[in-house]
Write a protein that binds this ligand. Structure first.
Ligand SMILES: Cc1ncc(COP(=O)(O)O)c(C=O)c1O
Length: 388
């Protein structure tokens, strides 16, 4: 498969449409939801599916692809390849972290109740094990800072779990600063990274656990997720799900003693989603080939452009207007506009955005452009926003 460059993609509309068939008929601005597949990702999966109608579904070739995908994922998050496991979803990865740690009655865990439920429910469920579940209360909706965490953590806090980007407001967490703050207090840091991996540079340097599925910014299929576990925690985090993949066994005969693999593979209980991982492999090849730094610059430029179009059209942005808090998500509101109607009107014009609600019931329109969206597409969005 020939590599593409961002420059070629953006200067050659035919190439852009070829690589991203969704551009043929619509303006897709909902990558924070579920993304359409790039052509090369679908082709990789289709080739695999075709080939396995005539042979076994797994062999050395698929083993090599899985190993290569592990290396790609490790490169993307600046971790070791032995620190990456493939699991079924972000939710599954976060649940495995919650379920596998040695909690003691009286411990507390901190999450943010206005995060996506995948990063709230697994922690709430720990109440059954005597863990106190606390919510950080940021001064600004969706914008969790070190200062907010200082007010909620104490000597009994074992873990804090946050999202790298808030799924509605779009605030980007300062992952390094939060990680350093928690690390100094010996508090574990778990990250729901699905709203940044593939769009924004996200390093695991100060993170203990993280999970992200492929289906949003990584442009891969549903159900092919990365779980990152810091190497020094392999003993601390027990595999909550255990199967034949978790530990070596010769000739499929279970040994007397269960000794897990000395890598994050111990968190993969059984047969993996090979079609999904093959899709993820093609998607990560695309992303790493363009470089996450260039993708981030492009995504942020498109977010700034979206913010300008929205504010010029009389909308107010729910999250950041500028600065280090920007991400690929821009949500906005307008007191006098029916956003459900606007969402439908955009759809009728071929523009896909997302309609979300906040806890107070108010609606907002979420726009999430990826690197392959064009300036013209954002301008077209602006035109419709300006129509009364
Ligand atoms: C922040 C966040 N976490 C998790 C998820 C769900 O991920 P999965 O379906 O992989 O569990 C979403 C999906 O919208 C999300 O926005």
């Amino acid at each position: 498969v020939t590599p593409v460059s961002l420059e070629n993609l953006l200067n050659d509309e035919a190439l852009r449409r070829r690589e991203f068939p969704v551009c043929e008929k619509s303006i897709f601005l909902a990558h924070a939801g579920v993304s359409p597949l790039p052509r090369r990702v679908a082709e990789a999966m289709r080739d695999y599916l075709d080939s396995v109608t005539r042979q076994e579904q797994d062999d050395e070739r698929t083993d090599r692809i899985v190993a290569a995908t592990r290396r790609q994922a490790a490169r993307l998050v600046e971790a070791g390849e032995d620190e990456i496991a493939f699991v079924g979803s972000t939710s599954m990865g976060l649940s495995m972290v919650a379920a596998g740690l040695p909690w003691q009655a009286g411990d507390n865990v901190v999450c943010y109740r206005d995060d996506f439920p995948s990063n709230v429910f697994p922690w709430m469920e720990l109440a059954r094990r005597g863990v106190e579940v606390r919510s950080v209360e940021p001064r600004q909706y969706g914008n969790v800072t070190v200062g907010d965490l200082e007010r909620v953590v104490d000597a009994k806090t074992r873990l804090v779990s946050l999202s790298s980007v808030h799924f509605v407001a779009g605030w980007r967490l300062n992952v390094d600063a939060v990680g350093r703050f928690l690390g100094e207090r010996r508090i574990l840091f778990c990250l729901d990274a699905i709203q940044s991996l593939g769009a924004l540079k996200t390093s695991m340097r100060h993170v203990d656990f993280a999970a992200a599925d492929a289906h949003k910014w990584m442009l891969g299929p549903l159900g092919a997720a990365i779980l990152y576990v810091r190497k020094e925690h392999f003993d601390l985090l027990r595999p909550a799900l255990v199967g034949w993949h978790s530990a070596p066994s010769r000739d499929y005969i279970a040994p007397e003693k269960l000794t897990f693999w000395p890598s994050a593979r111990r968190y993969e209980p059984g047969s993996g989603n090979l079609a999904g991982i093959i899709g993820l492999h093609a998607a990560l090849e695309l992303i790493l080939g363009l470089s996450i730094e260039s993708i981030e610059r492009r995504v942020l430029a498109l977010s700034r452009r979206t913010i300008a179009e929205a504010t010029e059209s009389g909308f107010s942005v729910v999250g950041p207007n500028a600065g280090a808090g920007l991400s690929g998500i821009v949500s906005f509101i307008a007191a006098k506009r029916d956003l459900a109607q606007l969402h439908r009107r955009l759809l009728d014009a071929g523009i896909v955005t997302s309609l979300r609600r906040r806890r107070d019931g108010s609606r907002c329109l979420r726009v999430s452009a990826h690197f392959y969206n064009s300036e013209e597409e954002i301008e077209r969005l602006g035109q419709i926003l300006r129509e009364k």
